[in-house]
Design a protein around this ligand. Structure first.
Ligand SMILES: N[C@@H](CCC(=O)N[C@@H](CS)C(=O)NCC(=O)O)C(=O)O
Length: 205
């Protein structure tokens, strides 16, 4: 192995896709390993915390946890603040994005249609609305978290907002974050970033 390998499911979203976008923006030539769902049970015990993504750097053990991977890439390639306090502020936003994903996960597993509707409507009205307001309060003049230059925290927030506002989560309206103009501006700025567009165009093919 002579180049970094990012391993995730064969799916263009969530924690793995945000790491792929960061590697692409960083200009890293990486092996984009995509695991088939059927192969996952056999692999699960071999990765540090039994979950993906993992990043393998040549000569190093596997690195797990999407935020650790993003911060590592960001620090190496100018996509994470050099100032320690500003970096910690970015990491707080990234932790908040992970906490939200963990709050959403159980609701996604509900099968009963009535319970599913009730839980998702409550999620949209409560946790998602509150999370959006809290993140909004952390944002400044923009368009990105730290101003004019995109950082890994922006990529993380973009991926969460893209998921929540796509209108593909039943009973969660695409307008769920409309009360967060700074966050939506950040989302659009990441979506319009030439490097992000180039990655999406390349992988959509
Ligand atoms: N905190 C971890 C969460 C990782 C995680 O839950 N990954 C999911 C996919 S997004 C996974 O591997 N699910 C399969 C499983 O847990 O067996 C991170 O940020 O990387």
């Amino acid at each position: 192995m002579n180049k970094p390998r990012l391993t995730y499911f064969d799916f263009a979203g969530s924690r793995g896709e945000e790491c792929r976008i960061a590697l692409h923006l960083a200009g890293v030539d990486f092996d984009d390993e995509r695991i088939k769902t059927a192969d996952w049970p056999a692999l699960k015990a071999s990765v540090p915390f039994g979950a993906l993504p993992v990043l393998q750097m040549p000569g190093k053990p596997l690195l797990a946890q999407s935020n650790a991977i993003l911060v590592f890439i960001g620090r190496q390639h100018g996509l994470h603040p050099l100032d320690a306090f500003e970096a910690a502020r970015h990491e707080a936003l990234m932790c908040a994005a992970e906490e939200l994903r963990h709050a959403i996960a159980p609701v996604l597993r509900i099968a009963d249609p009535d319970q599913k509707r009730a839980a998702r409507e409550a999620l949209a009205a409560n946790e998602l609305a509150t999370w959006g307001r809290q993140v909004e309060q952390q944002l400044g003049e923009g368009p990105f978290v730290s101003g004019q230059s995109i950082q890994v925290a922006d990529i993380k927030l973009y991926m969460v907002v893209r998921w929540l506002t796509a209108g593909t989560l039943d009973h969660v309206p695409g307008s769920v974050l409309d009360h967060c103009p700074k966050l939506m501006r950040l989302y659009r700025a990441v979506a319009e970033h030439p490097g992000v567009k180039a990655w999406l165009a390349k992988t959509a093919a």
